[in-house]
Ligand binder design. Sequence first.
Ligand code: HEC
Ligand code: HEC
Length: 146
Amino acid sequence: MTNRQMVCVGILVLCILLLLPLTMAAQGQREGRGGGGAPPVNLQILPKDWTRQQVVQVMQGFNMALGVGCNHCHIEMVGAPPNEKGVIPIDAAPDDKQTKKTARVMMRMVGQINETLGNQIGKPASEVVRVQCVTCHRGSAIPKTQ
Ligand code: HEC
Ligand code: HEC
C-alpha cells in the first residue's frame, strides 16, 4: 500500500467512526415512536421526568378505556409511511387536537376526585375505589348513556 492509499483508508475509517453515533441516534428516534426512544417534551400532568415507555403505558390504558386508537388524540406524523399494521405513526408532543386538551382536563378531574373523595365520604383513602377513565368511559370515546 502506498502512503497515499494509507491516508485515504485512514480518512475513510475516521469518517465512519464519526458518522456512526449520528446514524444510531437517528435510528433510535425512528424506533422511539411508541417504544423506548425520544424522551417526552410536553408533559403537563404526568411527571416530567417520565420516560416515553412509562408514558406510553398510561396511553395504552386511554386507548382501552375510550375504545380509540392513539390518533384519536394525537396528530399523525407528516409524510410518515404507515407501519406494518397499516397505521401512520403519531407525532405525540403537539397539542393540536382538542381531544388531547380534553384528555388533560379529564386527567386533572380524575386526580382531583381521587384526592378528595375519601375525605368527603369519611373513608380512609386506601379503602376508596379509585376512579379511572374506564369508570365512566367503558370503551366509548363519549360516555353517553342515552
Ligand atoms: C384520550 C387521548 C389520548 C390517547 C388516546 C393517547 N394519548 Fe398520548 N397523550 C395524551 C395527553 C393528554 C398527553 C399529555 C399528558 C401530559 O400533559 O402530562 C399525551 C402524551 C403522550 C406522549 C408524550 C409526548 C411528549 O413529547 O410530551 C406520548 C409519547 C404519547 N402520548 C403517546 C401515545 C401513544 C403511543 C398512544 C396510543 C397507544 C397515545 N398516546 C394515546 C392523550 C392521549
Ligand atoms: C366522571 C366521568 C368521566 C371520567 C372519570 C373520565 N371522563 Fe372523559 N368524558 C366524560 C364525559 C361526560 C365526556 C363527554 C363530554 C362531551 O359531552 O363532550 C368525556 C369526554 C372525553 C374526551 C373527548 C372525547 C371526544 O371524542 O370528544 C376525552 C378525550 C376523554 N373524555 C378522555 C378521558 C380520559 C383520558 C380519562 C381518564 C384520565 C377520562 N376521560 C375520564 C366523562 C368522564
